[in-house]
Design a protein around this ligand. Structure first.
Ligand code: TMP
Ligand code: ASP
Length: 261
């Protein structure tokens, strides 16, 4: 698949055109940002791990009938994805209260929620992705009621699946963020899952120790982000390399292999 011109650059990914007008290439950068870009860094190997973890989760979701944008992973940093029109809402799904929810409402950190809580944020960096009510979505035509009903059903299935998947490898799925996009499939308008699902967009705690295995390691200056993401990948059975191989080494190994070809 030939890579075309850059179409869009976000904080953690770049989208390039491909030789097929309905498909684009999603490139995972090593850049990490938090608090709406106020905190920035480059963490070597992060993009490689997120590419693999997101591919794994999205292809598993596809197998349970959750339509999503992933066509295939192309290489260490790129995926071929379907071009969609992104709905300008970040859908945050919470199973345990932490992060902005606890700060905003004074809820005790770690409170287990009776049922999954869905929050909506407007996807607008200049405004700092503000929290909005569902009615704002309809008032300003950001999505239709039909689309949101479909998205909510998908979110609950995605959450159930991901809770089970992570529980099986000793990880608690605390919360995560999803994005959806519009696409025409066989002449029919559909809403499908888009973007990425990775430790950048989820909160993942070790089931026993509650050690954070996600981007909170960067947000809270806890360090060891790559070992944590590598741990998630290994537990999911994605990385089969020896136990001490980090993502950075994986990157280096792949370039050595390429040179030897
Ligand atoms: P929050 O507690 O900071 O609102 O985050 C809730 C979840 O959403 C957490 O898993 C991190 C994820 N998230 C993103 O993926 N991108 C974002 O821009 C924000 C604010 C949160
Ligand atoms: N992704 C957001 C940012 O770059 C916020 C976050 O993930 O904490 O600022």
């Amino acid at each position: 698949m030939k890579k075309g011109k850059k179409l869009y650059e976000g904080k953690a990914k770049i989208i390039y055109a491909s030789s097929d007008k309905n498909l684009v290439i999603q490139y995972f950068k090593d850049d990490a940002t938090a608090f709406n870009n106020q905190k920035k860094s480059t963490i070597e190997g992060k993009g490689v791990l997120n590419n693999r973890i997101s591919e794994y989760i999205l292809s598993n979701l596809s197998q349970i009938g959750i339509k999503n944008h992933l066509v295939k992973r192309l290489n260490m940093r790129e995926q071929l994805i379907k071009l969609v029109e992104i709905i300008p809402i970040e859908f945050v799904v919470r199973n345990v209260a932490t992060g902005s929810l606890t700060k905003r409402l004074g809820i005790e950190d770690g409170t287990i929620l009776k049922e999954p809580l869905i929050e909506y944020c407007l996807k607008d960096d200049d405004l700092g992705d503000p929290l909005i009510a569902e009615d704002h979505i309809y008032a300003f035509d950001w999505a239709s009621k039909k689309e949101i009903e479909k998205v909510k059903k998908m979110i609950l299935r995605i959450n159930d699946f991901m809770i089970g998947m992570f529980r099986g490898v000793g990880i608690k799925l605390i919360d995560f963020k999803l994005e959806f996009g519009r696409i025409k499939i066989n002449g029919k308008n559909e809403v499908i899952l888009a973007d990425e699902i990775s430790p950048d967009t989820c909160r993942l705690w070790d089931s026993v120790t509650e050690k954070k295995l996600d981007k909170d390691r960067f947000r809270k200056d806890l360090g060891d982000l790559i070992p944590a993401y590598t741990e998630v990948a290994k537990r999911l059975g994605i990385l089969h390399e020896q136990s001490n191989v980090t993502a950075v080494n994986v990157t280096k190994l792949s370039s050595i292999k390429k040179k030897n070809k």
